[in-house]
Ligand binder design. Structure first.
Ligand SMILES: [Zn+2]
Length: 448
């Protein structure tokens, strides 16, 4: 992260400038749910577009899909989520606070592994010292009912990950695209987890968005493709301007691996709360396809023309969380610098991510400046997400744009009326250059 960024500053900026709001704030909010405002939705869309471009558009071996959030509940039996997607929960008998037993650190020796082993070690409430209940396993899936009757037969779940929507479509996509292995299927979508303790702003939410790829390969080539994806994904973050010292790749210990994984790497970011996962890249082997074949009674295989054999592909899964990526990109871009005795807050966002690419600013609200300024804006907004701002001094308007990461400002002044030219001002260097209005779009495109 930037040395100048703190979670408090980021939360405040996000609220003040319309990136992120607490969900249903006028009713006191609801824990673990967040809303994205006008700038937040642009930034989020830009992150998703950059990802889609890199993993679908620019590759010849990955296709996209968009599966429904509510699926046949047998999916979650096959995937293991109904049986194992649970955290140990304890309650304080005194103050009634609820904790994840495996997160009550401090009293837990570093060598302890496994939820139950850790949970057994902590018996006192960290808040009040009161006695804790025995840990109970709590399934993290949100439950709902499909149709008018609320009974066991109509119980369904909000998906806790987008991945399963890909596995159940594997045969459909293989048949309709006529593609050969290796074949990736990518998807962006909402997922829901009823976390016992959501927190750290938008880092751990109960409703969040995932960007996942299931990359199907021939068994035996899985380790090599795993390395490929770890490198690809790590470089994607650096390519979007994330500082190298703040991003790392970590291979998980065997005790940390999920039940389906042969090997997993995490791409982690240095948040104020420490190194935390942005993206997991797991080798899920043939676990999911075999389970779905077993539970559905369908053949989920691939016919390998080379060997003349039917095989069950292995899967490499790069899985990233959009909301926590957005938080990391903001953290990383946040900067403060002294300019003429004042503190300039600036988001040094990569131009592809910046919510607003160009701000159009008439020097003042003088009636002679308004028509040419409006005309310039009409041209610019056809090309890029842009903003028109004529409130307060030009200096303050530059600062406002710096604070939300706008790479370029275009200023219309009284000389414009004579020379039919405007000034382009660059965010990071604050350099200004005069260009004719006739060549403005080209000049902006060159810089964007
Ligand atoms: Zn307590």
């Amino acid at each position: 992260m930037s040395t100048k960024a703190t979670v408090e500053k980021l939360v405040s900026l996000c609220k003040r400038r319309g990136f992120v709001f607490q969900s249903s704030e006028i009713y006191g909010g609801i824990g673990g749910f967040w809303d994205y405002g006008p700038l937040g939705v642009e930034l989020k869309n830009n992150i998703k577009q950059a990802w889609w471009k890199a993993v679908v558009q620019e590759r010849d071996d990955v296709v996209g899909q968009d599966a429904a959030i509510v699926m046949n509940p047998t999916v979650w039996r096959a995937s293991g989520h109904l049986d194992t997607f649970a955290d140990p929960m304890v309650d304080c008998k005194e103050c009634k606070k609820r904790f994840r037993a495996d997160e009550l650190a401090g009293a837990v020796p570093a060598s302890a592994h496994g939820h139950e082993a850790e949970a057994a070690k902590v018996t006192r409430c960290p808040e009040c010292g009161g006695e804790l209940t025995e840990p109970r396993m709590f399934n993290l899936m949100f439950r709902t009912y499909v149709g008018p009757v609320e009974d066991d037969a109509s119980t369904a779940y909000l998906r806790p990950e987008t991945a399963q929507g890909i596995f159940v479509n594997f045969a459909n996509i293989l048949t309709t695209t006529r593609k050969k292995l290796p074949l990736g299927i990518a998807q962006i979508g909402k997922a829901f987890r009823n976390e016992i303790t959501p927190g750290n702003f938008i880092f751990r939410d109960r409703e969040f968005e995932q960007m996942e790829i299931e990359y199907f390969v021939k068994p035996g080539t899985d380790e090599q493709w795993h390395q490929h994806w770890v490198e690809e994904r790590y470089n994607w973050y650096l390519g979007l301007g994330m500082r190298k010292e703040n991003v790392r790749v970590r291979q998980l210990d065997s005790e940390e691996l999920a039940h389906y994984a042969k090997d997993t790497y995490e791409i982690e970011y240095l948040f104020p709360m420490g190194w935390s996962e942005l993206e997991g890249i797991a080798n899920r082997t043939d676990f999911d396809l075999r389970r779905h074949a077993e539970f559905s009674g369908r053949e989920l295989e691939y016919f390998d023309e080379e060997s003349g054999e039917h095989i069950v592909p292995y899967v490499i899964e790069p899985s990233a969380g959009v909301d926590r990526l957005l938080m990391a990109f903001l953290m990383d871009a946040y900067d403060e610098e002294e300019v003429r005795g004042e503190t300039r807050v600036i988001l040094r966002l990569h131009k592809d991510l910046a919510p607003i690419k160009v701000a159009v600013l008439p020097l003042s609200r003088n009636e002679k400046l308004v028509p040419p300024a409006r005309e310039v804006w009409a041209t610019v907004r056809k090309q890029w997400m842009s903003q028109y701002d004529d409130a307060q001094s030009i200096g303050r308007r530059y600062r406002r744009q710096d604070e939300v990461g706008t790479p370029l400002c275009v200023t219309i002044d009284f000389d414009t009326l004579e020379d039919k030219a405007v000034t382009i001002r660059e965010r990071d260097s604050m350099e200004q250059v005069r260009v004719p209005i006739a060549g403005l779009v080209d000049a902006l495109r060159e810089r964007l």
